[in-house]
Ligand binder design. Structure first.
Ligand code: SF4
Ligand code: SF4
Length: 208
């Protein structure tokens, strides 16, 4: 059987559409006039439980796994977990992440690997909070917090820089650059199991 012409296909579609909208909506059975029915809905709603959020006076508690503002995490000695690999930027469907990697040197070490994230930016005008970037990160450097208060009145301030995204220094952490404190080499560092004599973690001598 030959195919329908484009005009016939279009005509068929119009006919089906017209036929579907031809049946009138069913009337609600009520002895009240229409305006009274409408006010009835209003009055019934007045006595229902109020669900208004009192934000910002009462901050909203998010679910624990809510996808909020990103955080760039640190190792326990303060070095950065980001190794500047750009996998997060490649995974981002909204092209919201910009990364430039830099080389660590023995004089200026920011991460335990060969490289670190020298420039890191997230554009929150583009981000759709899908979380694909944190799934792509091989070092668990990038995670998402529960912070959702990201509104602003200009575009520039919604491009967050590395300094804004870095996790704060906790007690016992040291601001980079500095040498690896948790291992004499990368294997030591990641296994947290320093060999005897390594300047990693202090070896506690057992008293006899
Ligand atoms: S959460 Fe999604 S959209 Fe936002 S930066 Fe990550 S990958 Fe891109
Ligand atoms: S945040 Fe993770 S994925 Fe992104 S550049 Fe740094 S190490 Fe790579």
């Amino acid at each position: 059987m030959p195919d329908n012409t484009p005009a016939e296909r279009a005509g068929g579609a119009v006919a089906r559409t017209t036929g579907a909208s031809a049946s009138p909506p069913e009337k609600r059975a009520s002895w009240l006039p229409g305006p009274a029915q409408g006010f009835g809905v209003t009055f019934a709603t007045m006595f229902k439980k109020v669900t208004t959020e009192e934000y910002p006076e009462v901050p909203k508690q998010t679910k624990p796994r809510y996808h909020g503002r990103h955080v760039l995490n640190r190792h326990p000695d303060g070095l950065e977990k980001c190794v500047g690999c750009e996998l997060c930027a490649w995974a981002c469907p909204a092209d919201a992440i910009y990364v430039e990697g830099g080389d660590n040197t023995e004089d200026a070490r920011f991460s335990p690997g060969e490289r670190y994230g020298a420039v890191y930016q997230i554009n929150y005008l583009r981000c759709i909070f899908c979380g694909l970037c944190i799934e792509a990160c091989p070092t668990r450097s990038l995670t998402m917090s529960n912070d959702f208060e990201l509104a602003d009145d200009n575009r520039q301030d919604l491009i967050f820089t590395k300094e804004q995204l870095m996790a704060p220094l906790l007690p016992g952490m040291e601001a980079p650059p500095h040498p690896m404190r948790l291992g004499s080499d990368e294997k030591d560092y990641y296994l947290r199991d320093p060999r005897p004599g390594s300047p990693a973690e202090p070896v506690i001598e057992e008293s006899a």
